[in-house]
Write a protein that binds this ligand. Structure first.
Ligand SMILES: [Zn+2]
Length: 377
């Protein structure tokens, strides 16, 4: 790979492990009348051969993403996480806290101040430094981690929450790769990054969010001599089995992505030939790479339905497929609705009974076998 420089350890040795080709900015939904094509940028993941950090390769400037509504799952997980950290005795009474937030929202600050922590002043040290999906948005990974470490008060704890690379690999979540998300952490790589900042992991908790999210607690080496506990050790062992540092383990994502895109394209061609009407549901940023990779247009997928009024009247980035409101489901009476956000399956089935009432079915675009694209009616 030419001109690689690791965002964490600055090594020039890295491997390209996932290439989703030229992709539009996935969080910017153009108006349905905006001229096509949208600007596109290479979307690639590299794996550092030295520290093992999986990272975004090119660094294009893409339009800012809006801060959306916080999904209930995120809110519930935050409450559970804070509870578990408190139970572990890592939230000091009347201590100070500094939060490095995510542009997607999901602040824990309210939960922490309810427990007596006081927000620290701008740039000042804090007993608890919290980073919940924030660090991944920094292009300069070592710089961003060093900034957090520098604010850690003596005896303080750094809490880092991330969607784990182990989950991405083992669940085939190739669409986790996004512009603006610069790092995809394994606990293994993060331990190396922390070490460079004179920090060490102490303990960790796992949550089901996004298929597998880790919250890691780290302390300064000079403050904590207890070493890592069994939870951290077990994450590292799990990751070694998955092969989070092995380019060939990550390249399975590439195969999954191509296969899924091809299968979707072929399925839609078959449906069209049979005269069946298919709509999409869920104008989510995670659907964007799939639609582009599958080279879909409105001839194959006439519309994507979304319940958010803010998205109605836009189109799916990189395509001419319009985003329409749910009323379209009753009007078009689709034979199938492709669900791009599988977590919503139960919700959409009950919210839009007219689909199945008219003989249509919901198809989980990510499912294998029954309920998925393979099941051809
Ligand atoms: Zn590196």
């Amino acid at each position: 790979m030419d001109s690689f420089e690791c965002r964490a350890c600055r090594s020039s040795a890295g491997e390209l492990v996932l290439d989703l080709g030229e992709q539009p900015a996935c969080d910017y939904f153009p108006g349905s009348d905006d001229p096509v094509p949208d600007p596109v940028y290479p979307l690639q993941m590299g794996l550092c051969s030295s520290c093992g950090l999986a990272q975004l390769l090119a660094d294009p400037t893409v339009p800012e993403e809006p801060r959306g509504a916080e999904p209930a799952a995120l809110v519930a997980q935050a409450a559970e996480a804070v509870e578990r950290v408190a139970q572990a005795g890592l939230l000091p009474q009347r201590g100070t806290v500094a939060e490095y937030g995510s542009p997607h929202g999901g602040s824990w600050l309210g939960l922490l101040t309810q427990r007596g922590l006081v927000p620290s002043g701008n740039g000042q040290q804090a007993d608890v430094i919290l980073d919940c999906f924030g660090l991944m948005h920094a292009a300069d990974q070592s710089g961003a981690l060093a900034a957090r470490a520098a604010r850690l008060a003596p005896g303080g704890v750094l809490l880092l929450q991330y969607h784990s690379l182990n989950t991405i690999i083992s669940h085939g979540q190739w669409n986790a790769l996004r512009h603006g998300h610069y790092a995809y952490y394994s606990t293994t790589a993060l331990t190396a990054m922390l070490s460079a900042a004179d920090l060490s992991p102490r303990t960790a908790w796992q949550f089901g969010l996004y298929g597998g999210t880790v919250l890691l607690a780290a302390s300064r080496d000079t403050d904590w001599s207890g070493g890592r506990d069994g939870a951290v050790q077990s994450l590292l062992e799990q990751e070694a089995r998955t092969g989070v540092r092995d380019p060939s383990a990550l390249r399975i994502l590439q195969r999954d992505a191509r296969l899924r895109a091809r299968r979707l394209h072929e399925w839609l061609v078959t449906q069209r030939s049979a005269g069946r009407i298919v709509l999409g549901y869920g104008a989510a940023s995670r659907a964007v790479a799939l639609l582009c990779l599958a080279e879909l247009d409105r001839d194959l997928l006439p519309a994507v339905v979304d319940a958010s009024p803010a998205k109605t009247g836009s189109r799916m980035p990189g395509t001419n497929i319009p985003v329409v409101g749910p009323a379209e489901l009753a009007v078009s009476r689709p034979d199938a609705v492709l669900l791009f956000v599988p977590d919503l399956m139960a919700e959409v089935r009950s919210a839009f009974p007219e689909v199945e009432g008219a003989g249509g079915r919901w198809v989980d675009v990510e499912a294998h076998g029954s309920g998925g694209l393979e099941e051809d009616s």
